[in-house]
Ligand binder design. Structure first.
Ligand SMILES: Cc1cc2nc3c(=O)[nH]c(=O)nc-3n(C[C@H](O)[C@H](O)[C@H](O)COP(=O)(O)OP(=O)(O)OC[C@H]3O[C@@H](n4cnc5c(N)ncnc54)[C@H](O)[C@@H]3O)c2cc1C
Length: 262
């Protein structure tokens, strides 16, 4: 459609003039002018780093002063195994007689995803599998200050996970060819997403409804600026994509142009 994607180009600041956005400044100092800016970045970065503090509503201010440490599905332990698991279900929960310790938590269930339904994810006869755990952001934040300890903890978690799965799928430990452990710090490095923010009281029905309707968020004092994505209530891939689409529809209306889409 004529758009251009700039890779490795992190936005550091939204530039404004007289209460209206006029572009963005990248981390490398490059400034890109624009009539409209749509942010799909991690909510904390959008509201606390990219725009001036005076644009924040009381609710946003309150929300971002309350970090949530616990992260659901924050720890991903993946293996490539030289084993055909296509006779097993796509998602399996293993209930452990003896719990294992994972990142300071006692864990008695391993939830395993078996990707054998996607033939592109492993060579013939081999399988990609992944276990996911809830975890604490602060645990990994602290550990990542010491690279050696951080790597050691990841290796321990990988071996405890595969040993536990071995109790249900004998021989799988020997069959491991590839191991990858992604922590909340890994996710942050790759996508800029980190922990959540806000307590229950910060979420109002009106905002939840807006999320369901896939509408972008706008700020009263900053014209032509839109915020979309999961951090403002976009639900899953389709909801977030619909928020982007609806933003373009709205901009077309503001520009008196027809919105045409397949
Ligand atoms: C473990 C897990 C499993 C999931 N499974 C499913 C599923 O099965 N089905 C489903 O529908 N959803 C699933 N989701 C949810 C889904 O992944 C998210 O809702 C969706 O990816 C959010 O999309 P988004 O565009 O808002 O944000 P993101 O996908 O985070 O996209 C934001 C983009 O902005 C970029 N960015 C960030 N900061 C900057 C910056 N400063 N400058 C420039 N670019 C920046 C990032 O690099 C990233 O590419 C899952 C989520 C998790 C964590």
């Amino acid at each position: 459609l004529g758009g251009e994607i700039l890779y490795n180009s992190s936005v550091e600041r939204v530039i404004e003039d007289s209460g209206k956005v006029v572009g963005v400044r990248l981390e490398n100092g490059t400034e890109i002018s624009a009539n409209y800016v749509i942010s799909d970045a991690y909510g904390y970065d959008t509201f606390m780093k990219m725009i001036d503090e005076r644009h924040l509503t009381d609710r946003l201010r309150s929300m971002y002063s309350k970090p949530i440490d616990r992260m659901m599905m924050g720890l991903h332990v993946s293996f490539g195994v030289n084993m055909d698991l296509s006779d097993k279900p796509n998602a399996i929960s293993f209930f452990l007689d003896e719990p294992i310790e994972i990142a300071g938590d006692n864990c008695s269930i391993i939830n395993l995803l078996n990707y054998s339904y996607d033939k592109k994810l492993a060579p013939k006869g081999k399988t990609s599998i992944k276990a996911m755990y809830d975890t604490y952001y602060s645990y990994w934040e602290e550990l990542s200050k010491d690279q050696k300890k951080y790597e050691e903890e990841k290796a321990i978690i990988a071996s405890r996970t595969i040993e536990a799965i071995e109790r249900f799928i004998p021989g799988i430990g020997e069959a491991v060819e590839v191991t990858d452990v992604a922590t909340p710090i890994t996710t942050e490095r790759f996508t800029s997403n980190a922990r959540g923010y806000g307590s229950k009281e910060d979420f109002r029905l009106r905002d939840t409804l807006k999320g369901f309707l896939n509408k972008p968020m706008t700020l009263k004092s900053l014209k032509n600026f839109f915020v979309i994505g999961h951090s403002i209530g976009g639900t899953n891939l389709y909801g977030c994509a619909a928020m982007g689409r609806n933003t373009i529809r709205r901009i077309c209306k503001m520009e008196h142009r027809n919105f045409v889409a397949s």
